[in-house]
Design a protein around this ligand. Structure first.
Ligand code: UDP
Length: 239
């Protein structure tokens, strides 16, 4: 394979090789999917918003000592990131009950949790990304004990940082999903994206949903809500 070749195409992003074997180019797409790919749409402008918002969060986390894959944004839709092997786990952190936590526990959506909840999901489309525990991770050899410990600590730190940041913009950070990867030197890095596709954001005053639930639940104005997040974060600045 050569620089420019597509390495991988996911539901929301494409990955391309670059001249540097340690660096890949990520291109955000306008496609939206939900319910394990059963629901699909093209939402014009979503890719750009997610690239800008994700860039903003990764830069912010870099400045606050969270090692991550982000290198630079190079166009409205593209970033350069360090090449990592993704650990096949979705690490979800929750502050307020919503989505599958409400379904699983009966806690009404909007219930403030006494403390953050960290959950692990096995990234496997065929299995429907099931919720698993640390013993399952060990048996399936998805990550080492040390990596699990580091991922949990980093996820809780990211939660503190993002929660505080969003509170300043009058937005509640309800929950979010992180993915981690390991670089060529074996270092664990936060990877993938952090955007309204992967987080739940509620307006602190009105409770309005400003995230992918607008798509999942047919609430309309999806890209407009993403743009609202971007604007509150200081928008306009070029990436
Ligand atoms: N999430 C995600 N990708 C997934 C599943 C969940 O980014 O494949 C995010 C989701 O946007 C939310 C959090 O993880 O911010 C918790 O999602 P939940 O388990 O409630 O599932 P959902 O309702 O999204 O199916």
């Amino acid at each position: 394979m050569r620089a420019g070749d597509m390495l991988y195409e996911g539901k929301a992003k494409q990955l391309f090789l670059t001249e540097d074997p340690g660096v890949v180019r990520v291109k955000y797409k306008d496609t939206a999917t939900a319910f394990n790919g059963e629901k699909r749409a093209v939402l014009e402008g979503k890719g750009e918003m997610n690239n800008r918002i994700s860039t903003f969060f990764f830069r912010y986390l870099n400045e606050h000592g969270i090692p991550n894959h982000f290198i630079d944004a190079i166009s409205p839709l593209e970033q350069l990131v360090r090449k990592v092997d993704i650990i096949p786990l979705e690490v979800v952190v929750r502050n307020i009950a919503a989505g599958t936590l409400s379904k699983r526990t009966g806690l009404p959506e909007g219930t403030e949790l006494r403390h953050p909840v960290v959950e692990l999901y096995y990234k496997d489309d065929a299995l429907g990304d099931p919720l698993i525990n640390e013993d399952h991770v060990s048996v399936l050899q998805l990550a080492t004990e040390e990596q699990l410990k580091e991922m949990r600590e980093m996820a809780l730190k990211v939660n503190d940082l993002l929660k505080q940041l969003m509170e300043q913009e009058k937005i509640l950070l309800v929950d979010f999903k992180l993915e981690f990867g390991v670089d060529a030197e074996g270092k664990l890095l936060l990877a993938d994206e952090i955007s309204p596709d992967t987080c739940r954001f509620w307006d602190a005053k009105t409770g309005e949903k400003l995230d992918k639930d607008r798509f999942r639940r047919d609430l309309g104005q999806v890209v407009e809500a993403y743009r609202e997040i971007w604007t509150r974060l200081g928008g306009k600045k070029d990436v």
